[in-house]
Design a protein. Structure first.
Length: 504
């Protein structure tokens, strides 16, 4: 026979146990705060050689540069506490003392020289090499001081160094570049835990970080390619920050008190780059026809809800030094496009393809599909190929991006950082102009800002005249965050700066 008092006791005991487990779980959660980020795309590995801000954002969780940028692009001391120009071609950097790598080894000038020498070695394939290619040599003055000499006056050296994570010489010597990519060690705010390509990156807080221990114990960055899925994860409390919020989902966020939109103006120019090495895009008339055939203002309104800006016939956004205010975007003129195609020998159009990623840029797939629809109106049959971030990275390394590919070039406020990608040395250019190359070199070799601006204005004219790309939009960076989160804000360069982020 069932004993009712025993049953009640058993139920009470079970309830007490359940409450105890819940309290223990809550206490564990309070002690072990895990910040989870929903990223739009991942690189295919953790190598610092990959030239994308998605890759750099992951690298800067474990590593630091000599010079930091804040979310608005302002330069701040990093592993260097100070820098000064000794002469027009020599810069002296004073290094931060007492900093240690995650394995306990001390950071010093040897690591700075090693990193820069390694990148500049002709045999090293490194995506951001072109940004510091004007460096002529690195000299160690003492353990806390280095001097960097340049081939000519190099006005963007300090800003360029903010894109170069400093790596440990001793660790590279032991495991090589592949070992460092597989298990990164640096001086950064978080320590490598586990990397699952295409899925997640797990890290723990560095309690000895020189800028103070992070406010959370663990960091998990998850790749969630689809925008609606990223938002669902935020609304469900599975993530605390999500990247690249689709414009059409913003009202859903604004209607929920537990989450909020976090947006910032970026300096990325979204463009459609054509492979000018092969037909039909070796013909300037075809490239011009592409420009006239795309109704960019309509896409801006319908796909981006006017949250971005129309690029004015150039790759630079209007908030960038070097932007040419005298240029305008070509108007939508499908009849002009048809005429140019006929003159180029394609009266019936042609078939081609566009490579893009999903979630890398705001509404990237929607924009690509809209472009395909508009090009069909002038006889161009465009296939949209959506690839994963890892596949895209491999295509970049092989310099085989397909006939057309969507890419966003960040200027970080200075034309040098965007214009470099159209130079032959960048390894990313298909089109080549001797005049453009000459002007780029001149702009890098003077500290006279008026002179530099003149060079960049002419370079923008060349890009406008020859049209190696269709210049689409200046994009904002739109994130969303949990109301639990404090101490974090969106960045114009898309770098996740998370060491001060706290969960309340």
């Amino acid at each position: 026979m069932w004993n009712s008092s025993f049953g009640r006791t058993a139920r009470l005991g079970a309830a007490a146990l359940a409450v105890g487990l819940l309290l223990s779980a809550s206490a564990a959660t309070a002690q072990d705060k895990t910040l989870v980020v929903g990223a739009a795309v991942f690189p295919d590995n953790l190598s610092t050689s990959t030239s994308s801000f998605a890759a750099l954002s992951l690298a800067y969780q474990t590593m630091d540069p000599l010079v930091l940028r804040d979310n608005n692009g302002k330069l701040l001391p990093g592993l260097a506490t100070a820098w000064e120009a000794v002469d027009p071609q020599t810069w002296r950097f004073t290094l931060r003392e007492g900093v240690k790598f995650h394995d306990g080894e001390a950071f010093d000038a040897e690591d700075v020289k090693f990193t820069l020498d390694y990148i500049l070695d002709p045999d090293t394939v490194y995506g951001s090499k072109s940004r510091i290619s004007a460096i002529d040599g690195v000299t160690i003055i003492d353990s806390n001081t280095v001097e960097i000499t340049t081939k000519a006056p190099f006005p963007t050296l300090v800003r360029a160094l903010s894109d170069i994570p400093i790596e440990p010489q001793h660790y590279h010597a032991a495991v090589g570049a592949e070992g460092q990519a597989a298990h990164p060690i640096g001086t950064g705010p978080f320590v490598f835990g586990e990397w699952t390509p295409g899925d997640r990156y797990e890290l723990t807080a560095n309690p000895d970080y020189w800028d103070g221990a992070p406010q959370v114990d663990r960091l998990v960055i998850r790749q969630i390619p689809e925008g609606s899925t990223r938002l669902a994860s935020l609304l469900a409390g599975e993530t605390h920050i999500i990247e690249e919020v689709p414009v059409d989902l913003i009202p859903r966020i604004e209607s929920d008190d537990n989450v909020a939109v976090a947006a910032v103006e970026s300096t990325v120019g979204l463009i459609l780059t054509m492979d000018t090495r092969q037909a039909p895009f070796d013909d300037p008339k075809v490239r011009m026809a592409m420009d006239y055939a795309i109704n960019k203002p309509l896409i801006l309104e319908q796909m981006l809800n006017n949250t971005g800006t129309l690029l004015k016939g150039q790759t630079l956004t209007s908030n960038t030094f070097g932007h040419n205010p005298n240029l305008e975007a070509r108007p939508y003129d499908p009849e002009k496009a048809k005429q140019l195609l006929a003159e180029a020998g394609y009266p019936d159009g042609f078939k081609t393809a566009l490579t893009t990623r999903s979630g890398k840029y705001l509404s990237d797939v929607d924009i690509s599909n809209a472009v395909a629809g508009m090009l069909s109106g002038v006889g161009i049959d465009l296939q949209v190929d959506v690839v994963e971030g890892g596949v895209y990275s491999k295509m970049v390394k092989a310099r085989e991006m397909g006939p057309i590919h969507m890419v966003g070039w960040f200027s970080l406020g200075d034309a040098d950082f965007s214009t470099v990608w159209f130079t032959e040395d960048s390894g990313r250019a298909y089109w080549k102009s001797d005049e453009y190359e000459e002007l780029f070199a001149k702009a890098r070799a003077t500290v006279d800002q008026t002179e530099r601006e003149g060079y960049y204005h002419r370079m923008m004219e060349i890009l406008h005249e020859e049209n190696p790309s269709v210049y689409m939009f200046g994009l904002p960076s739109i994130y969303a965050q949990s109301a639990q989160l404090s101490g974090w804000g969106p960045a114009s360069d898309k770098i996740l700066r998370l060491s001060k982020a706290a969960l309340n």
